[in-house]
Design a protein around this ligand. Structure first.
Ligand code: ATP
Ligand code: MG
Length: 507
């Protein structure tokens, strides 16, 4: 797949930049080469290409766009790769006399040989007129009015070409004192739309009329150079919409691209602007960042650019602890693996892991100061979740199971009598067990209890009964040699109980 991208871009380059000598195909792209070698060579080739382009490419895209039209024979994007729904949307708009293009991730990912998760369309039809063309279509959004056209089971987001917001009336365009766009519904043409988009690689327009790609911002070159480059002045564009900072990181992680230097420079300084974003929007962004299969890499980049502490301040504060960092990374890695294996993932589990180091810390603190374990956990959870909610929302359907996963951590060690059998029936058992394994793997608690539960789930009825009978002899908390029963009864000297971090404080 990638070979065809290279050759398509080569052809495009030869045509649009006749002064440049054509380049050879990257050795790592030869059939049969393994992926890391291919990625290395892709990056190397991108670097060389950047060098060649020198000063002209050192800063962000020029404000005045110049259009490059890449003709059908000079790119690899085929209408066969575009979803039927997206083709239908384009066709209907065109038949009604409007312009219609596929833009954004659909074009970008297809040029890179990937599988777009959805297709977005752009048109000169105003939303109300476009709406007439699709039964059951809805206009959504206030800041940006977008049409959701439903074709079969697919929803295609149709946006009307954006214009320059300075040209609009107050009810169409509005900006906060920090430069943030509160409303951006001034319409324009393809060219003005292109420069209102975020990154050059997201501003490539494909049309089935002529099967061309229209590039106003140098996106084709940046796809080849593997660069995320902001269109226009990065600082101004981040101020208009601070979520673009997260998007830069998301695309860099997902596509294995570099963030172009001028695009990266303002990130750290402007990161606090994320505080101005509604927590509900940030929750949605967090899911895209961490639950799209590249969570661990995204986490690294978010930390590198000092954005992480504005999304998960309580997690960030505990990352000095090796166990907290290991738990965070492992949770993200497991999520990535599960997505790759097409297994189910839930934000409840991920949030449980990200907030756990802080909850655990608070709970220990409260326990050491005399609060009994169960209320200590409840209070700790309340406090940590309360802080988190001021940054990213956590819908109830996720926060409730998240708390159950935490609660179960103090119940999993107690397996005597019927308890183990009952616990296993709990709807949150599987997640709580996975969470326990994660804690053991990260070194927060010693290994043992997880293994007991693994064996319990694999054992037959008779073996299970025996395992449960054996529990009291090994102590209430888990496998052989783990923990000792708190001699002297539950309430004896609780506040003085040593808490060396080697066991769950509530157990
Ligand atoms: P993916 O869907 O794979 O996550 P995408 O690039 O398609 O990536 P969307 O969020 O679907 O991202 O947005 C579609 C397009 O709309 C983008 O490619 C970009 O051109 C434009 N866009 C989205 N969000 C912004 C933004 N905050 N500022 C400017 N342009 C944006
Ligand atoms: Mg998209």
């Amino acid at each position: 797949m990638f070979n065809s991208l290279i050759s398509s871009i080569k052809r495009w380059q030869r045509k649009s930049r006749p002064e440049e000598a054509p380049q050879s195909t990257h050795p790592g792209d030869a059939p049969g080469s393994n992926k890391p070698a291919r990625q290395d060579s892709r990056k190397k080739a991108a670097k060389e290409s950047r060098k060649r382009n020198g000063a002209a490419k050192a800063s962000s895209a020029a404000a005045t766009p110049s259009r490059v039209v890449v003709s059908r024979s000079d790119h690899t994007l085929s209408r066969r790769d575009v979803s039927r729904a997206a083709l239908t949307v384009m066709k209907r708009l065109q038949e009604a006399g409007f312009e219609a293009y596929i833009v954004g991730g659909g074009v970008r990912d297809l040029l890179l040989g990937g599988h777009p998760k959805d297709f977005d369309a752009a048109t000169d039809a105003p939303p109300e007129q476009a709406k007439q063309l699709f039964r059951g279509a809805r206009i959504v959004g206030r800041r940006f009015r977008i049409l959701h056209a439903r074709i079969g089971r697919e929803i295609i987001e149709v946006t009307t070409f954006r214009g320059h917001h300075s040209d609009g009336e107050e009810h169409e365009a509005q900006q906060s004192e920090h430069g943030m766009l509160l409303r951006d519904n001034v319409y324009g043409d393809l060219e003005s739309d292109a420069i209102r988009r975020d990154f050059t690689v997201n501003a490539l327009y494909y049309t089935t009329q002529g099967f061309e790609i229209h590039d106003y911002t140098g996106g084709m070159q940046d796809i080849e150079d593997r660069l995320i480059r902001m269109i226009g002045d990065p600082e101004t564009r981040y101020k208009e919409d601070p979520v673009r900072m997260l998007r830069a990181v998301r695309f860099a992680a997902k596509l294995d691209f570099d963030i172009e230097p001028a695009t990266a420079v303002p990130l750290q300084q402007l990161a606090p602007l994320l505080r101005n974003i509604a927590p509900a929007r940030l929750f949605d962004e967090v899911l895209k960042l961490l639950m799209s299969g590249h969570g661990e890499r995204t986490f690294e980049l978010l930390r590198q650019y000092h954005l992480w502490e504005h999304l998960f301040p309580d997690n960030a504060r505990h990352l000095d602890s090796p166990e907290a960092e290991a738990l965070t990374r492992q949770a993200l890695r497991n999520t990535d693996d599960r997505i790759r294996n097409e297994q189910r993932v839930t934000p409840a589990f991920l949030y449980a892991a990200l907030l756990w180091p802080a909850v655990n810390f608070e709970q220990k603190f409260l326990s050491e100061h005399g609060t009994p374990p169960v209320p200590a956990l409840a209070q700790a959870a309340q406090k940590v979740v309360g802080v988190q909610l001021t940054h990213t929302a956590i819908p109830k359907r996720f926060s409730i199971p998240m708390r159950e996963i935490w609660d179960m951590q103090s119940r999993l060690p107690r397996r005597g009598g019927e308890r183990a059998f009952r616990l296993q029936e709990h709807p949150r058992f599987r997640a709580a067990y996975d969470f326990l394994l994660l804690r053991e793997e990260s070194g927060e608690i010693p290994a043992g209890l997880g293994q007991w539960w693994t064996e319990f789930q694999q054992a037959d009825e008779e073996q299970r009964q025996q395992m449960v009978r054996d529990v009291p002899r090994n102590g209430p908390r888990g496998g052989k040699g783990r923990g000792r029963r708190n001699r002297g009864g539950r309430n004896r000297n609780r506040s003085k109980r040593p808490n060396n971090g080697s066991e769950h404080p509530s157990s």
